[in-house]
Design a binder for this molecule. Sequence first.
Ligand code: NDP
Length: 287
Amino acid sequence: MAQIIDGKGLAGKLQANLAKSVADMKETYGITPGLVVILVGDNPASQVYVRNKERSALAAGFLSETVRLPESTTDETLLKEVEKYNQDDRFHGILVQLPLPEHIDEQKVLLAISPEKDVDGFHPTNMGNLWSGNRVMVPCTPAGIMKMLEFYQVPLEGKTAVVVGRSNIVGKPMAHLLIEQNATVTLTHSKTQHLPEVCRTADILVVAIGRGHFVTKEFVKPGAVVIDVGMNRDETGKLIGDVKFDEVAEIASLITPVPGGVGPMTITMLLEQTYEAAMRSLSPKEE
Ligand code: NDP
């Protein structure tokens, strides 16, 4: 039976440490890390995520603001709002909650966020920095997964990792972070052939596809470490992962639950990156 990775517990510890660092920062430098989250429309899942982010930011002593804009918001209004916070020195992190309503040009909005304040790490400058080995802001979900693997002392060097899902926010940066730690990585997606066999080669299997209970024990090598990023609702409305937890836990060595695994670590990394951005704002900018 696998050991369960307690993402919630680890996130709690890291956030408590962060609260101490924030208090020190206030005392030593007289600044408070500030995070603004911009939410457009009334997507219920997004509303929950945004409330959780706000609650965690306040608990860690951050300055936290949430801007709620109606579904009908235009690109122009949203871009103006982003620019307002780019210019506001009280805020070191800006996050625009995705997905945006269909009529809004998401790429244009992500490009408008100043890369120094892009705590989600989605700006092409930050993506490019990550891929060229000069990382500053990293997408929070894969960053949180790396923290969990480190905490649980999962060896990565020379190991085989398979990532299922190739989104810009999870799969692709995840693959890169694992490569940086000298794992040998296969990045798979919906067109991958013989997916269960490919997954069975993995010492570390990371699943981020958004399909409830898709990954069964046929996809898992006995003893593998299994990280489930998925957040799906079953027919009763219960939150479930992409991995069929009960049967996979029987053969994996370590496994993340849903909820209580990857999700809380994502928020923690968001706060850590905002804190780091506030720290960087203290150093004189290069001309
Ligand atoms: P996307 O929808 O952007 O990407 C899904 C990826 O999964 C795509 O690359 C797609 O392949 C691949 N995929 C879909 N179906 C299959 C399949 N049957 N076999 C193999 N690959 C498949 O999703 P995200 O990366 O944004 O999110 C994935 C999941 O993670 C969702 O459940 C989301 O809610 C959750 N999530 C959780 C977070 C957390 O903090 N816990 C944070 C972010 C996301 P293709 O490219 O070929 O279409």
